[in-house]
Design a protein around this ligand. Structure first.
Ligand SMILES: Nc1ncnc2c1ncn2[C@@H]1O[C@H](COP(=O)(O)OP(=O)(O)O)[C@@H](O)[C@H]1O
Ligand SMILES: [Mg+2]
Length: 338
């Protein structure tokens, strides 16, 4: 909000509470730290004539200042109901342009199993893995465990298919730990992913654009823990970002090329960060994942990679808004009846 060009844009912040209420006009950071909202809650109308927020309570002020047409929405959201296509579906119904990927790309990129099969179909290298349904795991734990240990070798990574921020992810070094890891992941999703663990370096690239996307320089994430877990991601000092990554040009070019293929493989739009593993002993690169709404604070990898590639934060926001408008125009060209 501080970085956007205020000469060009008029902002209406809307805070989405963890319970799913939409609070317009309120200062998101104040609310997050416990202040009470200055406005009543609102809902986003799915009526394309409306293109904006409506007061939720019938007793609300007659015409709140935020009850106006919205030109573009910037979903600064993360995880479930934020980057999984659900909120994007609402914005499609409302016919309001929005920053970032659409419904399909958001949902497909959120599910690590679906994402990896799309990557494989596009010829991208992915780490050997198995998708396990929670239903099957609960019905036959020993059978599933045997199948995993027959197909993949330790160490393993066990993850909920849909989530992020490393929540619910365990590294399994011994077979005896596998049960707990599957139990843990199955609290978060009905689909689980078991992956071959690598001894690797981790790199990330930012992608920006719609049909002709650009790719940034490569950055490296260096976690100071067993892996890049929740603490390492969000606690100062538990990981370092190295921009640009200290790698040779050939590897950097390879990763940048793979990032563009990954962006197209899921039909992403606007922005995405593509994350890689490069195995230490073999130097083999793998695409780990694509994030359609990557961290977007001033200290986040996504904007930092663009800064290092010659696009300052304020310009980046401007470009993303323009890309949202461009994509909306392009989508409107489609016919939905004969
Ligand atoms: N197959 C793997 N081999 C080595 N490390 C892994 C593997 N899978 C995940 N990790 C570690 O766990 C972190 C989080 O996993 P990731 O699949 O990126 O989930 P999230 O969507 O939560 O970021 C990675 O950044 C990496 O440090
Ligand atoms: Mg990740």
């Amino acid at each position: 909000m501080q970085a956007i060009d205020h000469q060009k844009y008029e902002l209406l912040p809307v805070y989405l509470t963890p319970e799913g209420r939409w609070l317009p006009g309120a200062e998101p950071l104040l609310l997050q730290s416990g202040a009470s909202p200055t406005h009543s809650a609102a809902l986003l109308s799915s009526d394309p004539q409306q293109r904006g927020l409506l007061p939720l309570s019938p007793r609300a002020e007659a015409q709140p200042e935020w009850a106006t047409t919205l030109d573009v929405i910037f979903p600064l959201l993360h995880g479930t109901y934020g980057e999984d296509g659900t909120v994007q579906g609402l914005l499609e119904l409302a016919d309001i342009p929005y920053v970032g990927a659409g419904v399909l790309a958001s949902a497909a990129s959120m599910d690590k199993g679906i994402m990896k099969s799309l990557f494989q179909q596009s010829g991208l290298p992915v780490v050997p893995h198995l998708v396990v349904r929670r239903h099957d795991w609960e019905a036959d734990p020993m059978g599933v465990q045997d199948q995993i240990l027959r197909t993949l070798s330790l160490p393993l990574f066990v993850k909920p298919a849909n989530l992020g921020s490393s929540v619910g992810i365990s590294k399994v070094k011994q077979a005896a730990e596998l049960l707990d890891a599957l139990d843990c992941a199955s609290q978060y999703d009905r689909r689980l992913l078991v992956e071959q663990g690598l001894d690797c370096r981790e790199f990330e690239c930012s992608v920006l654009g719609n049909d002709e996307p650009m790719v940034s320089v490569v950055g490296e994430v260096i976690p100071h823990r067993e892996f890049y877990d929740y603490q390492a991601k969000y606690t100062e000092g538990l990981s370092d970002l190295c921009i640009p990554a200290d790698i040779d040009e050939a590897l950097a070019d390879t990763l940048r090329r793979l990032a563009l293929v990954a962006f197209r493989a899921v039909d992403a739009a606007g922005l995405a960060r593509v994350d890689f593993f490069v195995e230490r002993h073999s130097g083999t690169p793998y695409v780990n994942e694509i994030n359609t709404l990557p961290g977007f604070t001033t200290v986040s990898m996504y904007p930092k990679l663009w800064e290092a590639s010659g696009i300052p934060y304020t310009d980046l926001i401007d470009r993303l808004v323009q890309l949202a408008l461009e994509r909306h125009e392009d989508t409107r060209r489609r016919r939905t009846t004969r």
